[in-house]
Design a protein around this ligand. Structure first.
Ligand code: PEP
Ligand code: MG
Length: 323
């Protein structure tokens, strides 16, 4: 499985029995846009907006962020572009923000916690740029998602901020539109609350890098315990399954944008688990598209059911080997 020489397919692909799966790209810098287009990505499933804030001395202003977002939208004029709001803290330090040192940064002020707390100013500027970009030429497929959520109140507060920014723009007579809104499922709390989250939002996007870290209580950067950081652990698979069911039951779409999504050996499993979109480093897009086309959903569902019934990671690996 998973040929590295898979052909580039520009259009969205379907499974052998006709279920469309979006295969999108993760973007961590403007230079990654052209290669993602060249590899046939169906839009952007994760635009890591924090790259706009790194390696510089002050944050980008609204105009610079608007330019970066509209550039990404223009690269994929007919496809969805999902921009994640600022996800700093944890492994993503930004020196000029002067955040206090933390003993456990991965358990500290990151993502939406900062956007609603110490850096609500940056959040507001970012939301202004995003809502304006949603009204730009290719903006109707813009989607915005919030990282590191653990509480319903956070998501409610984030939605309120979006609405208040919209009201401000309205008052100023500035053109804006409402993008689709979603949340990343990357904490156990979010996975357990996925139902309530999906009820309030248009989509969920599973970040398996962090979700695995937090479900398994394992530092994603610590090589000594790297074995524990495996999304094939049954606990992580069940968290994914729970999230997909919550989205399906609430009319939300569900994607995956962690590393797991880009492993062509896992495409059949992920199709079977019911993901609507897989987003990954552009380099693996052709191989994953090829796997989608070779997968039949009924067999994939059986495979997922078998994997979900496993009690150990070793059993999951056996199930995958036998498939
Ligand atoms: C994830 O956590 O899986 C994810 C996609 O976000 P990041 O790797 O940027 O934390
Ligand atoms: Mg993450």
């Amino acid at each position: 499985a998973g040929g590295v020489d898979a052909p580039v397919v520009e259009e969205t692909v379907s499974t052998a029995d006709g279920v469309e799966i979006e295969v999108a790209a993760n973007i961590g810098g403007e230079a990654e846009l052209d290669p993602a287009v060249a590899r046939g990505a169906d839009g952007i499933g994760l635009f890591r907006s924090e790259f706009l804030f790194l390696d510089r001395e002050s944050p980008p202003d609204e105009a610079e962020q608007y330019d970066a977002i509209t550039t990404a939208l223009a690269a994929f004029p007919d496809d969805r572009v999902v921009v994640r709001t600022l996800d700093i803290g944890g492994d993503k330090a930004v020196p000029y923000l002067d955040l206090p040192e933390e003993t456990n940064p991965f358990l500290g002020q990151r993502g939406i916690r900062l956007s609603l707390g110490a850096h609500s100013d940056l959040f507001e500027t970012q939301l202004r740029a995003l809502l304006r970009a949603a009204a730009s030429e290719h903006g109707d497929d813009l989607a915005v998602m919030f990282p590191m959520a653990t509480q319903i109140e956070e998501v409610a507060a984030a939605i309120e901020r979006v609405e208040s920014v919209a009201a401000d723009l309205d008052g100023e007579g500035v053109d804006y539109a409402m993008p689709e809104l979603g949340v990343m499922i990357e904490t156990p709390a979010a996975a357990f609350l996925a139902d309530s989250l999906a009820e309030r939002l248009d989509f969920l996007s599973i970040g398996t890098n962090d979700l695995t870290q937090y479900v398994m209580a394992v530092d994603r950067e610590n090589d000594a315990v790297a074995d524990y950081h495996d999304p094939l652990h049954p606990a992580v698979l069940r968290a994914i399954d729970r999230t997909v069911s919550a989205a399906d039951g609430n009319d939300a779409w569900v994607g995956m944008c962690g590393e797991m999504a880009g492993d062509p050996d896992l495409t059949a499993l992920l199709v079977g688990l019911g993901l609507d979109e897989l987003s990954m480093s552009a380099v693996t897009v052709p191989a994953v598209k090829q796997q989608v086309q070779e997968t039949a959903t009924s067999a994939a569902r059986d495979l997922a059911d078998d994997a979900l019934a496993c009690e150990t990671r070793a059993e999951v690996l056996d199930v995958l080997d036998e498939s």
